[in-house]
Ligand binder design. Sequence first.
Ligand SMILES: [Zn+2]
Length: 273
Amino acid sequence: MTQGSHESSQLSVLCIFAHPDDEAFGSGGTLAGLVQRGHKVTLVCATNGDVGEISDPALATPENLWQVRQDELRRAMEVTGISDVRFLGYRDSGMDGTPDNEDPSCLFQAEPSKVEAQISDLMAELKPDIVFTHDPTGGYGHPDHLVVFDRTTSVIDAMTEDRPHLYYVCFPKKNFRRLWQDMIDAGITPPFAKEDLDNIGSPDDYVTTVKDVSAYVEIKRESLSHHKTQLDPNGPFSAIAPDIMTAWMSTEYFYLSQPKGGDSQEDILVDLI
Ligand SMILES: [Zn+2]
């Protein structure tokens, strides 16, 4: 491939997620594939994951977790091949209904217009062809996921020219059910109750685009491994047999959100990796 044709086919890809590690499981393989094909990927993280779990007290304290997670994300993205990693600087809002939702510096409390202005600036600077973000359910309803979905969608739906292809990263409900069953079959106690399965994950019919990322699963796994504070070696996910985990990590699911007015967009992700 000549330099010229490479440049003309290079796409700008912008990921906007709420927390360091939100990129990992649902889109890490696709991002690795896009990087390997020469596309330019920028990862934007709206919060620093300040109130996440700490798997091992030797890794971080509640006070410095935000810095540790920023470093974890940078290292993870180095593995994936993404050097442009940015933070919008908000405090993690915590799980729904927790006192962290009320912190004035958290994303949940931020003026929508301020967040949208930050996202608009990114659009103007990077002129993305593709944007990845959280789906309308937020995966499992995390307030920060829902805010990032909402603000990003508002900005893109208001764009009259150069509207990027907007892809929501999905975690289909049927997969949560299968994962739950896989865990039961393996004698592992799932992290969610059977009754909760109705309330987590994306409706199965959201999915427009399924990507086989098995070629990138090793990169994805190594990248994910840098989110050490979030990986509990004694937790249910660590107990899953490696081959079953590889199978789970080898497919990623997306929902191409079409413009509200005007022509519909082609699903360009289908042929990209
Ligand atoms: Zn998250």
